[in-house]
Design a protein around this ligand. Structure first.
Ligand SMILES: [Zn+2]
Length: 400
């Protein structure tokens, strides 16, 4: 049965502009049409006058196994199965915030892979998950307590192969402290497995770029020469400004230690990274959207803060650019723009209705009313609904 969304404004994420008529028809998993009524009767109509219809948002950098308020190392080391309950909470929070695609960039307990399966099988409502498996780092490297540690070319290759075997969609590399040869091996192995690779490169960005990385997390203050190579090679940057900004400004409310808050305030005042991101954008680097949700003070439904900060720091000039980054551009980063990320006939119905005029006021993004994920009504009246398992056909029998 078709669903017709009638009236309201629509965000055209390919062009980065709002159009007056939000009229849209969903049939099964797809957007059937934009401006015509479905054939025959019996369809459900959702009235969207005074509301805005947008493509589902994409969070390209999050950690579903982390809750968004506890210390990362403590929860990774001691949570055990509790991590999977955090995944469940994270999936609900993300989809209720209008996120229909979520790239999980590692965090221990293989939570991303299980999150992906839970949504795919209709166990829980949530966004479509792209999972990195375990991040690969050097022994004792960044977040080693949640990662697959590997040293040397052969071991790094093996670590990447393990993630591919487990079913990872992306390879996440922690480039910190790796040699050029090790980074080359990791990226080459990912590509041999048919997987793109991303890294939180910091000052190792030049090595990752040299190795042919596909995406850089967080970004940094790179030389003009490196930025030119990033543009030339079509490498994406996902800025993730939320942890520093939200911890510096709101850490106390969440019980964060004063010393950590002070450190974050220092990082916020030191503008090098932000200037670097502004320069990167001016140089023509492509940006995806990610919040680093799961980090302390960044719950999985915190979307507006990242959007506002991208504007506040001058990385984007208009809210339309930010919304385009969080939809169509992020879909291009994931190489799924022909499938989703915009509201067009024939595409997967990842559709969000927010209650108000988003063109007039960006904070309306927090008033998510209705969410369709892959054509399934997943959020209604702002609350997620349990999926009907009969829609998913995942019954697994034993024996004949
Ligand atoms: Zn992160």
């Amino acid at each position: 049965m078709a669903t017709v969304i009638s009236g309201g404004k629509r965000f055209d994420s390919r062009q980065g502009r709002f159009v007056a008529n939000g009229h849209l028809v969903i049939e099964g998993e797809r957007i059937a049409a934009l401006d015509r009524e479905p054939e025959g009767g019996g369809h459900t109509t959702l009235e969207a006058s005074g509301k805005t219809v947008i493509p589902g948002l994409m969070n390209l950098h999050g950690h579903l196994g982390w809750d968004g308020f506890s210390d990362l190392e403590a929860q990774t080391r001691y949570d055990g199965p509790l991590a999977y309950l955090k995944v469940a909470r994270g999936l609900l929070a993300a989809v209720e915030a209008g996120v229909t695609t979520f790239r999980n960039v590692g965090c221990g307990h293989d939570t991303g892979l299980f999150a992906r399966q839970a949504v795919r099988d209709g166990l829980l409502p949530g966004p479509t998950v792209f999972a990195c498996g375990r991040a690969v780092c050097r022994t004792g490297g960044h977040i080693w307590w949640g990662n697959r540690e590997a040293d040397g070319v052969d071991e790094v290759r093996r670590a990447v192969r393990e993630q591919a075997r487990a079913g990872a969609d992306w390879i996440k590399l922690m480039a910190h402290g790796y040699s050029q040869e090790e980074i080359d091996a990791a990226v080459a192995q990912a590509h041999e497995e048919g997987l793109p690779a991303t890294t939180d490169a910091g000052k190792w960005a030049d090595r990752a770029v040299q190795a042919g990385i596909d995406c850089i997390e967080h970004g940094g203050n790179y030389s003009d020469e490196l930025l030119a190579r990033i543009v030339e090679q079509g490498i994406w940057i996902v800025p993730t400004l939320s942890p520093v900004v939200l911890q510096a400004r709101h850490g106390a409310e969440w019980g964060m230690k004063e010393s950590v808050i002070e450190r974050r305030r220092g990082q916020l005042a030191e503008s090098g990274r932000n200037e670097g991101l502004v320069r990167a954008r001016r140089a023509g680097v492509q940006f995806g959207f990610g919040t680093d949700s799961g980090s302390p003070v960044v719950p999985h439904d915190a979307i507006l803060a990242e959007m506002e900060t991208l504007l506040e720091f001058g990385i984007f000039d208009t809210k339309e650019q930010v919304l385009k980054a969080a939809t169509h551009d992020s879909a291009r980063c994931l190489n799924i723009a022909e499938r989703t990320g915009s509201l067009e006939a024939g595409l997967q119905a990842d559709v969000v209705i927010v209650d108000g005029d988003l063109e007039a006021d960006l904070s309306v993004i927090e008033r998510v009313e209705t969410v369709f994920v892959n054509g399934r009504l997943t959020v209604q009246g702002g609350s997620s609904r349990l999926p009907d398992p009969r829609d998913f056909q995942t019954f697994v029998g034993v024996g004949a």
